[in-house]
Design a protein around this ligand. Structure first.
Ligand code: G4P
Length: 530
């Protein structure tokens, strides 16, 4: 195998998705611990910043220049080179959270054992589901009282529409948590919370068949219950099937407690065996093999520098094929120009460092003088293909925005358009108005404040922002539809996006159904593919 193939085949690039507080940060910390990146868990950024109020968040963003809302953690473990993509969660949940998923090859879904599937998990899962990438489930906080295990697994299947295959099974929960049963090796892995935050200590494994030893370990009642649950599970659950996992049709399920570092190592080991190396990506010239010797990448996120003295930006690229080398000349397909990738950087928790080389599967951040847009492709000349674009995700919060000082209309329009181009917000115009009033849509409400802050600090424009009650957006499939002909509900709004496409905003899902009923042949889409 060539060196290029070796490097690429050992890469595993995944995102961790969860609802806030399920334990994503804690689990990430434990992963890094196994990678030897940190001595004591507890130093992953995200968490500290997540706890800050909105105003602090701005300052943090300014201080650090870029990377608060996006980072990639890379580490080596057991011969693999692992890239964990951080999906912004708490207050900074935004379209970037979704876009990050476009750069991952698989996802780890963390679920709180006491809570089950929560709204944010559902939203993020939907994006993974649409891409058909493998999704692994880690049911966390088993050291606390959890819901019935069968019920939890059933909920994942029903609510998310994916089959599940428990790889291990918990023995009790809360103060009765005794460990997990490894269905592959038929062993009990005994719970111990003695190695919090360190990677020392081995987990004791006992064969379930060894009646005396296993009874001594977990007690007779727990063993009896476990035996009956396994029987039920063996009869009812889907068998492990790697093909189905690869296609995102079957989610391997694991149980553990990230806080006490229990079940994390077992998870990591199975996960690395079951997940996939960098995926081949589809371009307009067919599928591109990651091991192709020619470098190619696409931009999945653009981060504006909050330093107003330099209106520069960082474009985050996912390398899809070949090898990247510092100072490389590449072809920017959408800009139809040869460019040099300047100051490529890689993020590691809080640090940024200059990358000398990187491979398919890796993420690099490059200095962007304002030439890149989300979804753009970069290739090695003479290649000129373009990767499939990144969809526009449906905003869920809307506001009408106008400038306080009408004399500043020009700056206002310029600023808001630029920020929209970066993909931080989406802007819409009411079908009969010009740019005096703009409707802004965002995925996470924090983006409104970011908009207000940036217009003030970078463009010197004060705005008035009036929140609107819409929660649902639908693109009209036939873009030639005359909006005036649509007979909707009275609380519906007709708008157009930056590309002039017609859309409808709704207050509730009932109005969507009503509008569909009233307009025969009307087709609405929840997101836009380009
Ligand atoms: P997030 O990134 O998904 O938002 O969750 P995070 O890891 O920050 O965890 C949220 C809270 O849940 C934290 O407690 C964390 O310590 C706790 N937690 C995470 N995993 C486990 C687990 O396996 N068992 C138990 N019992 N708790 C867990 P906190 O009190 O909010 O923060 P802290 O004071 O512990 O830092």
């Amino acid at each position: 195998m060539s060196d290029l193939a070796k490097q690429i085949n050992k890469r595993r690039t995944f995102a961790i998705i969860s609802h806030p507080d399920a334990g994503k940060t804690t689990l990430t910390e434990k992963f890094l611990l196994y990678g030897g990146q940190i001595n004591l868990a507890g130093s992953v950024k995200g968490k500290a910043t997540a706890r800050h109020a909105v105003s602090d968040w701005m300052d943090i963003e300014k201080e650090r220049g870029i990377s608060v809302t996006s980072s990639v953690m890379q580490f080596e473990y057991d011969g693999f080179c692992i890239n964990i993509l951080d999906t912004p969660g708490h207050q900074d949940f935004s379209e970037d959270t979704y876009r990050t998923l476009m750069a991952a090859d698989s996802a780890v879904m963390v679920i709180d054992g006491a809570k089950g599937v929560e709204p944010q998990t559902r939203k993020l899962f939907k994006v993974c589901g649409r891409r058909g990438i493998p999704v692994f489930t880690f049911i966390n906080k088993m050291d606390r009282d959890a819901r019935d295990t069968f019920e939890l697994v059933d909920e994942i299947e029903k609510e998310l529409g994916i089959a599940t295959c428990p790889i291990n099974w918990p023995i009790g929960s809360g103060k009765d948590f005794k460990g997990v049963y490894d269905r592959t090796t038929k062993e009990i892995v005994e719970f111990a919370d003695t190695f919090k935050g360190t990677k020392e200590g081995t987990e004791t494994r006992i064969k379930l068949d060894d009646e005396a030893a296993s009874t001594a370990a977990i007690g007779e009642d727990a063993r009896e219950l476990l035996l009956s649950e396994i029987e039920l599970l063996d009869g009812a659950s889907e068998a492990f099937d790697q093909e189905k996992v690869n296609k995102g049709k079957l989610s391997p399920v694991f149980f553990g407690s990230a806080l006490t570092n229990f079940g994390v190592e077992i998870f990591l080991e199975y996960f690395l065996k079951m997940t996939i190396p960098p995926l081949a990506r589809v371009s307009n010239e067919g599928v591109i093999d990651p091991i192709d010797k020619n470098f190619s990448a696409f931009v999945f996120k653009i981060q504006a520098n909050m330093n107003k003295a330099h209106r520069d930006r960082i474009a985050f690229m996912r390398i899809c094929s070949g090898k990247f080398e510092g100072g490389m000349d590449v072809y920017h397909v959408q800009g139809a120009k040869q460019v040099r990738l300047l100051q490529p950087q890689q993020m590691m928790a809080d640090d940024r460092h200059v990358v000398k080389e990187a491979y398919a599967g890796d993420i690099i951040g490059v200095f962007d003088p304002g030439i890149y847009s989300i979804g753009d492709t970069i290739c090695t000349p003479p290649d000129k293909f373009a990767y499939a674009g990144i969809p526009t995700f449906a905003p869920e919060h809307f506001a009408r925005v106008r400038q306080v000082d009408t004399m500043k209309r020009k700056q206002f329009v310029k600023g808001i358009e630029q920020i929209a181009q970066e993909g931080a917000i989406q802007i819409f115009q009411e079908s009969n108005y010009g740019m005096e009033e703009i409707i802004v849509g965002v995925v996470g409400v924090l983006q409104f404040e970011v908009l207000e802050y940036r217009l003030k600090s970078e463009y010197n424009v004060d705005i008035i922002l009036e929140k609107l009650p819409y929660e649902f957006i639908r693109w009209i499939k036939d873009t030639n539809t005359d909006l005036d002909t649509i007979n909707g509900t009275s609380d519906m709004k007709k708008v157009r996006d930056l590309k002039g496409r017609p859309l409808l905003l709704f207050v509730n899902s009932w109005s969507i159904g009503m509008t569909l009923d009233r307009n025969e042949g009307l087709e609405l889409e929840e997101y836009s593919e380009n």
